[in-house]
Design a protein around this ligand. Structure first.
Ligand SMILES: NC(=O)c1ccc[n+]([C@@H]2O[C@H](COP(=O)([O-])OP(=O)(O)OC[C@H]3O[C@@H](n4cnc5c(N)ncnc54)[C@H](O)[C@@H]3O)[C@@H](O)[C@H]2O)c1
Length: 279
């Protein structure tokens, strides 16, 4: 949050009184961000598809996962509105965001987190896989911004955070549509940072290295690719002595960008990558 002070929620915290929208909220990093922002005083609008996508080689979240996020948010003392929507579908997203804002009263923080990943060499990427990954990660993030910005303008300020990746900064092999989508999110972030600055709406991106979530567990196949092309292995290495970070590590960075602590930070690609992008 930046600019105008949100109303007191009665709960203390670094984003007290804010309402935060999170896509991909049913599990993984999205759940962690929802719970963490709730503990820091925000109310939550949690959106997820809760269904699988053809071409994505691992199961996505379920309705029970989204219910569990809602339970954890309420346990933290926050109000929560959940909705099922595909971020690729602008009308569905508009409706679920409008419903959440109507019920919780405002919108201050937007986290475009929903994402999918596939592993293929360039000549194995099929058109449906390209569309699924670009559609969810890049177009979905754009749709999330477009559905949210009118509500942030109404609030008089806001913080938009796009969850990109190390793949948004490096040309990691075997991840062509994913890398393209995550680089594209940086472009969206920079344009919106410029277009919305006059309205005290800040726009930043977060770039995690591998994070210990169902996506990483479900993906598989990368080790075999690297073994077959050993020269590519070093591109994926972190510098600090850790293989993967946790969702909570990413939430730490997210709370900073969501809160007034970063009130003069906009247009920033913030890494949580154990030094991977510096290599
Ligand atoms: N796990 C990693 O190693 C890693 C690293 C860097 C960045 N990221 C990014 O972090 C974000 C969160 O991923 P995660 O690791 O928590 O994975 P995850 O698979 O555990 O969670 C992703 C969530 O997004 C939802 N989702 C997927 N497609 C959707 C759609 N079209 N509409 C609405 N919801 C949809 C899924 O149901 C799921 O709940 C993603 O953008 C991902 O690309 C992940």
């Amino acid at each position: 949050m930046s600019g105008r002070t949100p109303p007191a929620s009665g709960r203390p915290g670094r984003v007290a009184g804010c309402v935060a929208l999170i896509t991909g909220a049913a599990r993984g990093q999205g759940r962690s961000h929802a719970v963490r922002l709730a503990r820091e005083g925000a109310d939550i609008i949690g959106v997820d598809l809760c269904a699988d996508i053809e071409g994505v080689p691992y199961p996505l979240a379920t309705p029970a996962d989204l219910d569990e996020t809602a339970r954890l948010v309420e346990e933290a003392g926050a109000r929560v509105v959940t909705g099922r929507a595909d971020v690729r579908d602008p009308s569905a997203l508009d409706a679920v965001v409008a419903d959440g804002v109507a019920r919780l009263g405002r919108l201050d923080v937007v986290v475009a987190n929903a994402g999918v990943c596939t592993i293929q060499r360039w000549d194995e990427v099929t058109p449906p896989v390209w569309d699924a990954v670009i559609g969810t990660n890049l177009t979905g993030a754009w749709n999330t911004c477009v559905a949210s910005i009118p509500h942030l303008l109404e609030a008089g300020a806001g913080s938009i955070i796009l969850i990109s990746s190390t793949a948004g900064l490096k040309g990691q092999p075997f991840l062509a549509p994913y890398v393209a989508s995550k680089h594209g999110m940086v472009g969206v972030m920079r344009v919106l940072a410029n277009e919305l600055a006059a309205h005290s709406i800040r726009v930043n991106s977060i770039h995690p290295t591998g994070v210990d979530t169902p996506m990483l567990v479900g993906l598989g196949g990368l080790t075999e690719r690297i073994e077959a092309s050993p020269d590519t292995g070093s591109i994926f290495l972190n510098s600090l002595p850790v293989d993967v970070v946790s969702s909570e590590d990413v939430s730490d960075a997210l709370v900073y960008l969501a809160s007034a602590e970063s009130r003069y930070v906009t247009g920033l690609p913030l890494t949580v990558d154990a030094g991977a992008s510096a290599r």
